[in-house]
Design a protein around this ligand. Structure first.
Ligand SMILES: [Mn+2]
Length: 352
C-alpha cells in the first residue's frame, strides 16, 4: 500500500500528464527524486519515468536493493552505462509518445538528446509541487526548525570570550547531530565582530572579544528537510548605541515581515514590508539581500520573498523572513525565522 502523501504526489503528476496530453514525465533532478521516492541518489545517478499507470527508475545496479526497499512502487531498471540513451530506448520499447522533460532541471547535453528524440519540454511541475508542503513534510520541517532553536538555546550561554568562530560552529553541529540531525542544511555561519557585517561570511578562526558582535546562521536536516535560523546579539555589556539601534530596526522588520506573510500576499509585498521599514530608518542601502526564501528538501527553494518574485503566498509554503543591516568594517545584524504559511497567518517554526 502506497503512503497517501506519496500517492498524492503521483496523482498530481498524472493529472499533469492528462492535462498536457503527455505519455510520461522524466524526473532527472535528485532532489525531485527524493521528493517522490524518499531516497537520496547522488546527482545524475538515476532518471525516473512516470507514466499514467507505472513508474520506473533507471539507475545503476548497485541501487537496486536499497532503492527497491524505499520505493517498492517503482520498477527499477538497470541502465547500460549511458543513462540518457537507456531512457530513450526504454521509452521507445514501451511505445510511449510525447514524454515530457523539465527544461529547468535538465543539463544542456542531455536536454538536447531528449529534444532530438521527440521528448517534450515542460515547465517545472515538481518545483511548483514542492513549494507547498503536505502534513508529513510540515512535520519534518517543524522538527528540523525546533532542533535549530534548541541549538541556539544550548549554545548561547556557552559562548565565551576567547572562543573561535569554528569552535562554536563545531559545538553547534555536534549538538544537532546528537539530537537526530543527519547533517547541517548548509555551512554553519558563526561570525564575530566585523565579520558579522558580511551577510555570507565563511566561519573562520577569529576569537571572540570581551565586547563583540555575534551572528549565528545555521540549520540542520531531519528526514531530508532543512531548517534555517539566524540570531544576532552583543556579547558583553557595552553594546554601541548604533548596534542596539539597528538590532531594534531589524527585529521590527522581522516581526512586520512575518505579519505580512499571509495566504494571498505577494512575496514581493513581504519583501517590501521589511525593505520599506529599514529604508525609512535610513539603512536601506545596508540591507543587501532578499527578505527570504522557501525552505524544504533544499535550503533555498521556491518561493522567494524578494523584489522580483511574482509568487503569491499559498497555504503550505514554508519561507524565511530574514531582514538584515550590515555596516562594513563595523558589525551587522540579521534576524531570521522560518515560518509556515497557514490559514491563520504565518506560524514561526524556529521555536521550541
Ligand atoms: Mn536563510
Amino acid at each position: 500500500m502506497m503512503n497517501p502523501y506519496v500517492q498524492a504526489k503521483f496523482s498530481a503528476i498524472r493529472a499533469f500528464l492528462r492535462k498536457n496530453g503527455l505519455g510520461g514525465l522524466l524526473v532527472t533532478d535528485f532532489v525531485d527524486q527524493f521528493y517522490l521516492a524518499n531516497f537520496f541518489f547522488y546527482k545524475d545517478e538515476a532518471i525516473f519515468l512516470i507514466t499514467p499507470k507505472k513508474a520506473y527508475a533507471l539507475t545503476r545496479g548497485l541501487y537496486e536493493v536499497s532503492f527497491g526497499k524505499a520505493a517498492p512502487f517503482m520498477q527499477v531498471i538497470g541502465d547500460d552505462g549511458n543513462r540518457v540513451q537507456s531512457m530513450i530506448k526504454l521509452v521507445k520499447k514501451l511505445g510511449l509518445k510525447k514524454v515530457g522533460f523539465d527544461v529547468a532541471k535538465e543539463g544542456y547535453a542531455s536536454g538536447k538528446q531528449f529534444a532530438k528524440n521527440g521528448f517534450i519540454e515542460v515547465d517545472s511541475l515538481i518545483t511548483s509541487l514542492r513549494a507547498t508542503k503536505d502534513a508529513q513534510e510540515l512535520k519534518y520541517l517543524r522538527a528540523a526548525n525546533r532542533l535549530a532553536y534548541l541549538t541556539y538555546e544550548y549554545i548561547k550561554p556557552r559562548i565565551k570570550t576567547g572562543m573561535t568562530e569554528g569552535e562554536v560552529a563545531a559545538e553547534m553541529e555536534f549538538f544537532m547531530r546528537k539530537h537526530g540531525a543527519k547533517c547541517t542544511s548548509f555551512f554553519t555561519i558563526v561570525a564575530f565582530g566585523e565579520n558579522t557585517a558580511d551577510p555570507h561570511y565563511e566561519t573562520g578562526v577569529r576569537k571572540l572579544k570581551k565586547e563583540d558582535a555575534v551572528l549565528l546562521d545555521f540549520g540542520c536536516v531531519i528526514n531530508g528537510y532543512c531548517s534555517d535560523m539566524t540570531r544576532s546579539w552583543w556579547h558583553g555589556t557595552k553594546a554601541p548605541a548604533e548596534y542596539t539601534k539597528i538590532w531594534k530596526i531589524v527585529d521590527d522588520a522581522r516581526k512586520q515581515g512575518i505579519k505580512a506573510a499571509q495566504i494571498g500576499t505577494a512575496c514581493q509585498a513581504v519583501d517590501a514590508t521589511c525593505r520599506t521599514l529599514i529604508s525609512n530608518e535610513g539603512y536601506g542601502k545596508f540591507f543587501t539581500h532578499g527578505t527570504g526564501h522557501g525552505v524544504g528538501i533544499e535550503i533555498h527553494e521556491n518561493p522567494y520573498n524578494n523584489q522580483t518574485s511574482s509568487y503569491v503566498l499559498k497555504e503550505g509554503n514554508i519561507v524565511t523572513v530574514e531582514p538584515g543591516i550590515y555596516l562594513p568594517g563595523k558589525f551587522g545584524v540579521r534576524l531570521e525565522d522560518t515560518v509556515a504559511i497557514t490559514k491563520t497567518g504565518a506560524k514561526i517554526l524556529t521555536k521550541k
